[in-house]
Design a protein around this ligand. Sequence first.
Ligand SMILES: *Cc1c(COP(=O)(O)O)cnc(C)c1O
Length: 433
Amino acid sequence: MSLRQDGATALDWAERYLARVGDLPVLARVEPGEIRRRLPAVPPDGAEPFASILRDLDEVLMPGITHWQSPRFFAYFATTGSEAGILAELLTACLNNVGILWRASPVLQELEEVTLDWLAELIGLPAGWHGHLENGASLSTLGALAAARQAKPGHRVVAASEHAHSSVDKACRLLELELRKVPVDDVFRLRPDALDLEGACAVVATVGTTSTTSVDPVAAVADACEKEGVWLHVDAAYAGSAMVCPEFRWAFEGIERADSLVVNPHKWLFVPQGCSAVWTRRPEAFRDAFSMVPEYLRTPDDVVSFSEYGPELGRGFRALKLWTVLRCQGRAGLQAQIREGVRLAELFEGWVRDEPGWDLCAPRPFSVVCFRRDASDEQNEALLERVNAGGEIFISHTRLNGRYVLRLAVGNARTTEADVRRAWDVIREEAAR
Ligand SMILES: *Cc1c(COP(=O)(O)O)cnc(C)c1O
């Protein structure tokens, strides 16, 4: 195969895809098993030309793609694989470095150190924290809770709000820790007065919860943690990116007292999937939990390898795409994108507020609007299914105080005011049907 010729065709495909992705049905229109049935059950004996991959991508795979790159993707948390990030992924695969230890790729580790310092500065963290990248927030939180468990032997309880992400539940299950759910106030924030730290090794506070993007009171939780010597982990997987804008930093009040923090640049910072930043004030606790250096990886180099701070041995060169995106956007570019996402969500929120027969269901600190039709749960659920089946937009749902709630998340960098306006029109048209 020819890297130059086939590469040019692939790049051409990518450019055309991004130009037309807004016209494709956002949610894949296939039944479970349908894509699988269209694919041969056995691999080819002979080599096939690369062109046949692109052909099958169009003809066989495309119907099974839910278009996360669509400007009308408003479900879960909308993300963006930016152009800079896409090209960085190409170069990453080209270099194919494997960060098992420092000497296996000095640049993988040292670019990661520098880029995490940059990102810390961009989102207003104190200088000097130890940062590294994991594949996703689930692994970042697993790592942080493993460190917390190591730091307080004999204490096996983790406290987190009932609105904390399910990755906290999963980490506790894997680490054999007991998760104690803390009730929330009327706007879905953890209630510090309801924190019981008996037997606890960690508290997880969330800045930007998954259902409503509510913000737990980090400073008040830090007070309680400091009194009891309990590790404070802050999950800001989504909202952490917004901290590039000073006007959102209120949500990080008290952050300097956290023991660890996770922010996902692959969520709202325009970096392709597979890039979660975790910082800690106590790197030695991570090292205690994860360091494992067998004879065949021992070297005389006077340096601690990043694989000693997390569950992975072979680590990908994830920093390259983050570094590329930070440089190609710059602070001002990142701020402008975040502000536009929040502005569009605020517009949508205003339309819902002004429309009789519709209710807002939670405050909107960032770019996610929780709303519902003044109708039964079944009617709201049926509305969501009809809206998504139409293909023009894709939204998701949650449940608040037992009621079914629709959720519109702005976050794709290609989303315009016209896209958000169209979303509201589609939702109202379907509701009227
Ligand atoms: C998205 C999200 C996660 C999970 O992130 P992954 O990278 O998919 O593991 C965890 N916590 C919060 C608050 C999130 O928004």
